[in-house]
Design a protein around this ligand. Structure first.
Ligand code: FA5
Length: 350
């Protein structure tokens, strides 16, 4: 039995020497020191030995077991150290390499257009007003001369939240809210940028959620020519001095008279092309003189005060200005699209 134990020790140590991975080492441990291993078997058979032999063989078995164990541990330390060294060698950092440039972000093109329009109107003495996106039927429609059941409500398909609340379909409710807050005293001179929502099917020029910028001026002696002059300045500053505008009769329940403003097509210089559908003009906003009913409902004396209002879609304006063919580009979050719109202050680090 002594010989058998020495043989096992020899065998195990040889296997430890040739084991070249932690897994192989673990296999040797299980094979020789495991519950079903040969040393355990020897210990189990000790009952058959004489009383003199038993302590001798027992001590030897423990000695062999300890020797194998120590061998395995030493090899394990060695293999672990080797693995660590290999990993470190592989991951060497070259501190002399140039750094990777961090892409500098930029404001969303729509934010840029809205800020540009805001700046333009602030320069003309307007202040910025805001209103809620979840609006009441009263402000979104009734205060704008659109009582319940009015057929013109169908012009703007709405997302209703309850019978009396909806996602605003335009920024015009801010007109009513602002006039009401002025308690019948002019002047009022505001623009209101914000998100609006309509049950429109999405296509290249329509989105179910888009932005509008509303303008409102209420004072004594405000005339249609003031509206026309303001829109002309706006169009020329936005699109260039060589652009001209035209006002076409239209209908909005909250303005009388109502107009739609077209701008001469930049692509064909007004000659007619596919972009302007052969007309030489492109529609960009709705406007008109504030309806006397709207002034009165908001607490203004329509014999004393007059006003004009307009509402435009910044997406359509940005599309025209930058030649963007599909409105969905603004909402797709495609970095390749968005990164084309760096303002001079956002250059660098690209
Ligand atoms: C209105 O919403 C009126 N409130 C505008 C107004 C204000 C008229 C003040 C008179 C006085 P309209 O539905 O035409 O009007 O929308 C105005 C602009 O919003 C359009 O010219 C267009 O640029 C934009 N627009 C309308 N529907 C969509 C849509 N589904 N997707 C993107 N832009 C849209």
């Amino acid at each position: 039995m002594k010989e058998r134990l020495r043989e096992l020790e020899q065998e195990a140590i040889e296997k430890v020497t040739t084991a070249n991975s932690l897994q192989a080492l673990q296999d040797v441990r299980i094979e020789y020191l495991g519950k079903k291993g040969p040393i355990t078997e020897v210990l189990r058979g000790m009952g058959k030995l004489s009383a003199e032999e038993r302590p001798v063989i027992g001590a030897l078995a423990n000695e062999v077991r300890a020797a194998i164990q120590t061998n395995i541990e030493e090899k394990q330390d060695y293999l672990q150290q080797q693995a660590l060294e290999a990993k470190l060698a592989e991951e060497t950092i070259d501190v002399t390499l140039p750094g990777r440039p961090v892409k500098r972000g930029n404001a969303h093109p729509l934010t840029q257009i809205i800020e540009e329009i805001e700046d333009l109107f602030i320069g003309m003495g307007y202040t910025i007003a805001e209103g809620p996106e979840v609006e009441t039927d009263r402000y979104n429609f009734e205060m704008l001369n659109l009582p319940k059941g009015h057929p013109a409500r169908d012009m703007q398909d709405s997302f209703y939240i309850s019978e009396e609340t909806l996602l605003r379909t335009h920024t015009s409710p801010v007109q009513a809210r602002t006039m009401e807050a002025h308690k019948g005293k002019g002047p009022v001179k505001i623009i209101c940028p914000g998100k609006v929502y309509r049950r429109d099917a999405d296509d290249a020029t329509h989105s179910h959620q888009f932005t509008q910028i509303e303008g409102l001026v209420v004072d004594k002696d405000i005339r249609m020519t003031d509206l026309k002059g303001t829109l002309d300045v706006f169009a020329k500053r936005m699109f260039g001095e060589d652009r001209s505008i035209r006002l076409r009769p239209s209908f909005f329940p909250f303005t009388e008279p109502s107009v739609e403003m077209d701008i001469s097509c930049k692509m064909c210089d007004g000659k007619g092309c596919s972009v302007c559908k052969g007309t030489g003009w492109i529609e960009i906003l709705g406007a008109g003189m504030v309806h006397p009913n709207v002034l009165e409902m908001a607490g203004f004396d329509s014999n004393e005060y007059t006003g004009f209002a307009f509402g435009m879609g910044p997406e359509r304006i940005a599309m025209l200005k930058y030649g963007i063919e599909d409105i969905r580009n603004f909402y797709g979050n495609d970095q390749r699209f968005l990164h084309q719109f760096h303002r001079p202050s956002e250059e660098g680090g690209r």
